[in-house]
Ligand binder design. Structure first.
Ligand SMILES: NC(=O)c1ccc[n+]([C@@H]2O[C@H](COP(=O)([O-])OP(=O)(O)OC[C@H]3O[C@@H](n4cnc5c(N)ncnc54)[C@H](OP(=O)(O)O)[C@@H]3O)[C@@H](O)[C@H]2O)c1
Length: 283
């Protein structure tokens, strides 16, 4: 792998996530000519080439140029995309980042033609989330044994272009990351929906209930991120004994909200484990 300051990064699949990542990398000054995208549709690529990025409909051409290959196609097509590239991948041995949900490293490795541990390519499995699309993502990362410290630093630069990055030490913890941050935006959206609906029932018009809810979510997140104390202490500080907030929190406690979240996140992580078995089963 080239040790130059801006190694060439190639994205296989030029959809939502690849677009978000190249946007983040460009915003950080990554040169356009060091960013390649491949996709099966010219249409998907035209906006990128108009911005000076290198594009191709031939994944093998991208692989010829890239020091880092980001696998950004849907999980269901991954085996079909990788198998024709196996020989070339083994010859070039780029650093590989898979952002596909649910596909274990051993399946990627197998599809890329590794017959033994010594053939194993440096692969990082990344679990980003949808706020990456607005450069406020959170990405969990797990590295295979073949990834060295320079490789890890480079992965942090790539995935860090769209938000926070965090390494886990065991691959199965990616299912926990999925349960917390991967699927997490949907839980917060659901809470927002519930608060907007409740505000409307209390007499606010929907637009006002929505504006108040969304700004409150943003404000609470900003406070929690910038504060020296944790969320539990922040909650206590806005909960006066005998006051309004305490009355609302009592209702949540009576419904055992903490247990509901624990059960929901366990269900999510279990589904992640099941999907990894299903998606990784192809030869
Ligand atoms: N979106 C998220 O927030 C998010 C979060 C976590 C993880 N991920 C993961 O990120 C990956 C990409 O997601 P996405 O939302 O960016 O998907 P997407 O918008 O559908 O992008 C995937 C792109 O790959 C193209 N493609 C399909 N087959 C190809 C091939 N053989 N060679 C090259 N390109 C090919 C697709 O073209 P067609 O449309 O013609 O099929 C599409 O343009 C997925 O594996 C997903 O699990 C996404």
């Amino acid at each position: 792998m080239s040790l130059q300051q801006f190694p060439c990064i190639g994205f296989i699949g030029a959809g939502n996530m690849a677009t978000a990542l190249v946007g983040g990398l460009r915003a950080q000054g990554w040169p356009a000519k060091q960013l390649w995208l491949s996709d099966r549709s010219e249409e998907q690529l035209s906006a990128h080439s108009a911005h000076g990025l290198r594009t191709t409909t031939d994944n093998a051409e991208l692989l010829e140029k890239a020091d880092v290959v980001v696998l950004a196609v849907k999980p269901q097509v991954m085996a079909a995309v990788l198998k024709p590239l196996a020989k070339q991948m083994q010859a070039r041995r780029p650093l590989i980042i898979s952002i596909a949900a649910g596909i274990p490293i051993d399946a990627l490795s197998r599809w890329l033609g590794a017959a033994s541990v010594s053939d194993a390519l440096p692969i990082v499995r990344a679990m980003p989330n949808t706020p990456s699309l607005v450069q406020a993502g959170a990405t969990g990362l797990f590295a295979s044994a073949a990834v060295n410290a320079d490789g890890k630093n480079l992965v942090e630069r790539v995935m860090g272009a769209v938000g926070l990055t965090l390494w886990v030490e065991q691959e199965d913890l990616i299912d926990a990351v999925t349960a917390v941050s991967g699927s997490g935006p949907a839980y917060f959206f659901h809470v927002m929906e519930a608060m907007i609906a409740a505000g409307v029932k209390l007499g606010l018009d929907e637009q006002d209930a929505r504006a108040l809810t969304l700004q409150t979510a943003l404000g609470a997140a900003q406070m929690a991120i910038t504060s020296d104390v944790g969320p539990a202490e922040l909650r206590k500080r806005v909960t006066s004994p005998g006051g309004t907030t305490e009355r609302a929190l009592r209702v949540f406690n009576e419904s055992d909200l903490i247990h509901i979240f624990e059960t929901a996140l366990k269900a999510c992580a279990n589904r992640g484990t099941e999907l990894a078995l299903e998606l990784g089963a192809a030869d």
